[in-house]
Design a protein around this ligand. Structure first.
Ligand SMILES: Cc1ncc(COP(=O)(O)O)c(C=O)c1O
Length: 425
């Protein structure tokens, strides 16, 4: 795209955007000191779908009217409520409906999946993660290793980004696997790296992992709703995600999990069980035998938090209307526009560490000028009602989200950034 830096240019792009009306289905945060918000933080918490309140109220009404009967009565009975998410989650992750389920939260799901899939043997005890993994993923795998009576330092391998490019190079993964593959039990990697915003090639990771006999799990926290995914075809063994980022499910929303069909047929002996995974037909007989529900429904432990699921369902309805392929097309344009605008205006002062050829919507920006303090700049932007986020030690994450962000938002961001930099001088 060849851009010009004027507001008219941004407005023209918005005018031509076939998805522009979806913005109206979301609540923008409040104005602050009479300044309109510029919200570019959907990588952390997605905006509230206007319809979420109706879905939540519907559950409250059903509870009020039907009390316990709400499990089976009303427009959307609670015993089947989680299924309202299944089709969309399958579409967004490129899975069969039987392979996905909305349940729990991300770290809880990682533990459930690791409990089942991390089966260290005498020869294969190691887990491979990336060296800059999100702390919760690191804590989860480390505690899983420890819980099997193994020493973490001896059994946690790390794939590190190259200092020269700050990218995770597949050749380095390949080399690690050639060196240690026969001792690696399990690989856990992200679809999109939370800090750098780098998009990883899940299919290639799975191919390499499988070649060396490893179980492969993927953390989709920053991928789902951001980029199209093909989990089933990639051959990944398992995956998990949260729903409060690009899925706009609200703070602490119900997350989700995927297990590949081949494991659903054979079932793993080490899968942790609860009564809600028992088949519906026998669940309330209160028997002693576990009779698994079909597919991923058998992985449910407890009856789901319906109030927390309601906004997720409201948001997934919007994804169905917009379509992830169309969203991705707009997303590429929005992020390219952001990148080019920043390069034109601040080339000597800011740089993006997010690879141009492998990213979702997020750009991770670092200050490149010693006279500018990155954290202070971020705080100054906050004072101007620009909502982005800061990740220690030195990155501002900026994520224009195609469902509800406009080219004008990106333009406004660049304008306020210029003012904020000016004020620091
Ligand atoms: C990559 C990644 N893993 C794990 C988590 C933790 O998620 P939760 O608090 O839902 O368990 C997050 C949260 O942002 C994340 O980005």
């Amino acid at each position: 795209m060849s851009i010009d830096g004027s507001r008219e240019f941004a407005d023209k792009l918005d005018h031509a955007d076939p998805l522009k009306t979806f913005r109206q289905q979301f609540n923008q945060p409040e104005t602050y000191d009479s300044i309109d918000p510029v919200y570019l933080c959907g990588n952390s918490l997605g905006l509230q779908p206007k319809n979420a309140i109706n879905y939540v109220n519907e559950v409250l009404d059903a509870w009020q009217k039907y009390a316990v009967r709400g499990h089976f009565h009303g427009e959307r009975p609670w015993t089947a409520y989680h299924r309202l998410a299944t089709e969309s989650l399958a579409e967004l992750t490129g899975s069969q409906p039987a392979e996905v389920i909305a349940m729990n939260t991300l770290t809880v799901n990682l533990h459930l999946l690791l409990s089942a899939f991390y089966r260290p043997s005498n020869d294969r005890q190691k887990i491979l993660i990336e060296s800059t993994a999100f702390p919760s993923d690191r804590f989860a795998v480390a505690s899983q290793i420890r819980s099997r009576g193994l020493v973490v330092d001896d059994n946690l391998l790390e794939w590190a980004p190259r200092p020269s490019t700050q990218r995770l190079h597949l050749e380095d993964l390949q080399q690690l696997l050639e060196q240690h593959g026969s001792h690696i039990s399990l690989i856990l990697l992200p679809g999109v790296q939370y800090y750098s915003g780098e998009l990883l090639d899940i299919s290639e990771i799975c191919r390499l992992g499988k070649k060396h006999g490893c179980i492969v799990g993927i953390d989709l926290a920053h991928s789902i709703g951001n980029v199209p995914i093909k989990l089933h075809d990639s051959g990944a063994d398992f995956a998990a995600w949260c729903s409060y980022k690009y899925l706009n499910g609200g703070p602490g929303a119900v997350g989700g999990a995927f297990v590949h069909e081949r494991h659903l047929i054979t079932r793993t002996q080490s899968q942790l069980l609860g009564w809600w995974g028992n088949d519906e037909s026998s669940r309330f007989r209160m028997g002693r035998e576990f009779s698994p529900a079909p597919g991923m429904e058998a992985w449910q432990l407890s009856n789901p938090p319906i109030l927390a699921l309601a906004p997720v369902i409201a948001s997934l309805e919007i994804f169905k209307q917009a379509g992830i392929v169309q969203l991705r097309e707009k997303s590429k344009m929005l992020t390219n526009y952001l990148e080019e605008l920043l390069a034109a205006k601040f080339d000597d002062r800011l740089r993006s560490i997010t690879p141009r050829t492998a990213r979702g919507c997020q750009l991770s920006l670092m200050v490149a000028n010693p006279d500018i303090d990155g954290k202070q700049l971020f705080e100054r932007l906050g004072d101007m009602n620009v909502i982005i986020d800061w990740r220690e030690p030195d990155v501002m994450r900026v994520a224009p989200v195609p469902l509800y962000n406009s080219f004008a938002d990106v333009h406004q961001f660049a304008e306020r950034l210029a003012l904020a930099i000016e004020k620091q001088r």
